[in-house]
Design a protein around this ligand. Structure first.
Ligand code: PMP
Ligand code: GLN
Length: 397
């Protein structure tokens, strides 16, 4: 048989699926893949159930049902002061995952350069490569994950067509500052480029950190494609409803990419997400507050066990330094070992790097779980660490 597509043949199964399968195999608490173990808001779920029964079950409009496009425009106005035309500036997709691919498809030609920031979410690089575009990687470094401005500026050149940024950022928990965004905006404008903005954690920020869409900065309205995810905003990750907001000059290509990927997205779930986006401010405040409490529990618990952890300003994830408890192997070995022995699963942070010499001493733990589950995971890790101590002492560590 002739070889199939080389890039896909060379791409492994996503780390999230690999670690979730390992967690199931070992009966481990899954703090790996980022999904809540609790349900989303009851009124949103009720709205979906009702929307299944009222006869609107055929193909919805290509760019999304009017209710959700209008709700997306209203959401942009309420939270970010963006005036969006629901008919000409929104495309609803089957999750942010599709949205990211659709936006990359909308702007990249083979040979165009696309700036990506490491550590990066696992779909970015394969999609850029499948489109025949050339990734230019710029790396953020722990523990502060600050934007290396000179390197970023150097990554832009005459062939740069786009940059993909993720804020709040997975897996680092970083929220880009206004100054960092202004620096990026200046580069985008100077190089006449586009920005694909993965903002799926837009409402999951902590300690007074506020998400700022790049699209709200001067000169950026017509260059950004801003991506939201109902999965994250409503703790319903299986629903796979994404919303793209972009200027009317960009939207036709984004819509045509969506037309060739999935064409449309289930109308019933779209209508329920519209109900969710209309929820009051108290709901949007509460998601961050509830997750901040979970973050605090897991972060303090890991620290009490001896892990050094990195600051988390947003997202579902806390990153822990595995060397600080004396673990001698790399992050992949650590995540496998704790799954098998402690019965707790995490994600190795090297999975978010494409280049060589990635830091290999960090594990990412998801805290979007019930507090009893987080406590049980900490207990298990504590027992595992305690049981290893005599062995390590005997080995002279
Ligand atoms: N981007 C980032 C940074 C993510 O963490 C995720 C994970 N959910 C996605 C995109 C995909 O979102 P969705 O489930 O809506 O496709
Ligand atoms: N975004 C989720 C995470 O980072 C996983 C999504 C997926 O499994 N593809 O854990």
């Amino acid at each position: 048989m002739r070889p199939m597509n080389d890039l896909l043949s060379a791409t492994g199964t996503t780390i999230f699926t690999v670690m979730s399968a390992l967690a199931t195999q070992h009966g481990a608490i899954n703090l790996g893949q980022g999904f809540p173990d609790y349900d989303g808001p009851a009124d949103v779920i009720e709205a979906a159930a009702a929307a299944l029964k009222d006869g609107r079950n055929q193909y919805p409009p290509l760019t999304g049902v009017p209710e959700l496009r209008q709700a997306t425009a209203a959401h942009n106005r309420r939270f970010y002061g963006l005036e969006i035309d629901p008919d000409r500036e929104v495309v609803v997709t089957s999750g942010a995952t599709e949205a990211i691919t659709a936006c990359l498809m909308a702007v990249l030609n083979p040979g165009d350069e696309c700036v990506l920031i490491e550590p990066l979410y696992d779909t970015y690089l394969p999609v850029v490569k499948l489109l025949g575009a050339v990734p230019k990687l710029v790396r953020l470094s722990p523990p502060k994950w600050e934007l290396p401005r000179a390197e970023l500026a150097a990554a832009f050149g005459p062939r740069t067509k786009a940059i993909l940024i993720n804020t709040p950022m997975n897996p680092t928990g970083k929220v880009f500052t206004a100054a960092e965004l202004a620096f990026i905006a200046e580069l985008v404008e100077r190089h006449d480029a586009y920005a694909i903005c993965d903002e799926v954690y837009e409402h999951l920020t902590y300690d007074g950190w506020r998400h700022i869409p790049l699209m709200t900065l001067p000169g950026m309205r017509g260059r950004c494609m801003r991506i939201s995810s109902a999965g994250k905003t409503f703790s319903l990750t299986g629903w796979k409803i994404g919303m793209i907001t972009c200027d009317a000059s960009l939207q036709p290509n984004v819509a045509k990419a969506h037309q060739n990927l999935t064409f449309t997205t289930p109308p019933n779930l779209q209508r329920a997400v519209a109900v969710g986006l209309a929820k009051d401010d108290a709901y949007f405040d509460s998601i961050g507050q509830e997750l901040a409490a979970k973050r605090d529990l897991l972060d303090a618990g890991l620290r009490a066990l001896g892990f050094e952890t990195l600051p988390v300003m947003g997202s579902y994830f806390v990153t822990a330094d595995i060397r600080s408890i004396g673990f001698m192997g790399d992050d992949v070995a650590f995540c496998r070992t704790i799954t098998e022995e402690a019965k707790v699963t995490a994600i190795p942070v090297t999975a978010f790097y494409a280049g060589a010499d990635a830091p290999s001493h960090y594990a990412r733990f998801a805290f979007c779980k019930n507090e009893a589950v987080l406590r049980e995971a900490l207990e298990r890790l504590g027992s595992w660490i305690a049981a290893r101590r005599p062995a390590r002492a005997a080995a002279g560590d």
